[in-house]
Design a protein around this ligand. Structure first.
Ligand SMILES: Nc1ncnc2c1ncn2[C@@H]1O[C@H](COP(=O)(O)OP(=O)(O)OP(=O)(O)O)[C@@H](O)[C@H]1O
Ligand SMILES: [Mg+2]
Length: 366
């Protein structure tokens, strides 16, 4: 196992219950996750995400296969070893799990009690982690006095104060509105990147998939590869488009992917880029809002995975009008956040070259 591999799963299966009530919920799961990697775990309700997370987090004993976490084999491990592993993991749950009788500062400090940190150092660590999550001014407040997003931030501070090598987050945004959810995920991402932690984040929220380095998908306890998920999604999308206008399907699919690629040039898809994509897609295709959202999600996943899969099977015919609109739209996405960077211009040129399009007169506005 390479030095930076924090989590290595092989043939992991798991069942609840015994005898006639026994029910297998995980089947031969395998993956490896390195330090600094952010992995999003998705899948329908009941597919086994939380079960898998609790196995990795040493919160439940492994039954079959190999679960290696921070160099320890958890299969048949003694309680002492499980506890040792647990102390090196930061857990973030759907509900923040703060103790309501303690202040924010005390809640965070509690996580340090077990780590043998000295008094003076503890104070500094609590203050600095609260500053990192933007809660310095709220240190002496009780959880009841905070908003949902602030409580979740306090939960993150508590999970990260020990600088864990692994962060496990189970639907940390479920109780938050869209904006607060996005902020929380970006915060986890930022902190994890700074600390080089390995992160597994369970979510149902497709809008935050772009934060991930890798997306793992579970269905009925079986792990599916990203390309399986994307190709299923892509064919679903093409069927959807076919319904509306068979001739436009290829064009629109390519178009949406190209927009997502420009939005993704800087490694994240911003809200304004998302809004601009939605606007353009609504304008071009006579689709419902839900269908546009679906296409956008798939395009973003594809944009993320494009290094690994060939998405150039579709090569629509570009007439002059389409060429101009296509390139103008790419520029509009690049411009969505207020500035067009040279990286975005290079990506536009690359896409244009891939489709054999020459760039017309500079379509950039303002
Ligand atoms: N303690 C338990 N005892 C028996 N069955 C359980 C237990 N916990 C979960 N299960 C079952 O195991 C399966 C997987 O559950 P799990 O909680 O891992 O799913 P999940 O993917 O996290 O779902 P959700 O998205 O709804 O949180 C489900 O069929 C669930 O009913
Ligand atoms: Mg769950």
């Amino acid at each position: 196992m390479g030095a930076s591999v924090r989590i290595a799963l092989e043939d992991v299966s798991y069942s609840y219950g015994r005898g006639a009530l026994r029910k297998q919920v995980l089947f031969d799961i395998a993956t490896r996750i390195e330090g600094g990697e952010i992995v999003i775990l998705t899948g329908p309700s009941g597919s086994g995400k939380t079960t898998l997370l609790t196995l990795i987090g040493a919160l439940r004993s492994a039954q079959e296969g190999s679960v290696r976490v921070l160099g320890h084999e958890l299969l048949n491990a003694r309680t002492k070893a499980l506890i040792k592993v647990r102390r090196q993991i930061g857990y973030i749950f759907q509900s923040h799990n703060l103790l309501s009788s303690l202040t924010v500062g005390q809640n965070v400090r509690m996580a340090l009690q077990l780590s043998g940190t000295r008094h003076r150092e503890k104070k500094g660590r609590v203050a600095s982690v609260l500053e990192r999550v933007g809660l310095s001014e709220h240190e002496h407040k009780f959880p009841d006095q905070l908003s949902g997003g602030q409580k979740q931030r306090a939960g993150i501070a508590r999970a990260l104060v020990n600088r864990p090598q692994i962060v496990l987050a189970d639907e940390p945004t479920a109780s938050l509105d869209k904006k607060a959810g996005r902020d929380v995920v970006e915060l986890i991402e930022e902190l994890a990147r700074e600390d080089g932690s390995a992160v597994i984040l369970v979510t149902h929220d497709n809008r935050i998939l772009d934060v991930a380095d890798r997306i793992l998908h579970i269905e009925d306890g079986h792990m599916k590869s990203m390309s399986e998920v994307v190709s299923e999604g892509t064919s679903r999308m093409l069927n959807l488009l076919e319904k509306h206008d068979p001739n436009a399907a290829n064009y629109l699919a390519t178009f949406a992917f190209a927009l997502a690629r420009i939005a993704y040039v800087d490694g994240v898809i911003h809200e304004d880029e998302r809004a601009e994509m939605r606007r353009i897609l609504m304008e071009v295709a006579l689709l419902t809002e839900a269908e546009v959202d679906f296409i956008m999600e798939m395009s973003m996943m594809q944009g993320r995975a494009r290094a690994r899969i060939d998405n150039r099977i579709v090569n629509p015919a570009f007439d002059e009008e389409r060429t101009e609109h296509f390139l103008a739209s790419l520029h509009a996405i690049a411009q969505a956040d207020g500035i067009t960077t040279s990286e975005e211009l290079i990506e536009i040129d690359t896409i244009a070259a891939e489709f054999g399009l020459t760039r017309p007169r500079d379509p950039r506005m303002n």
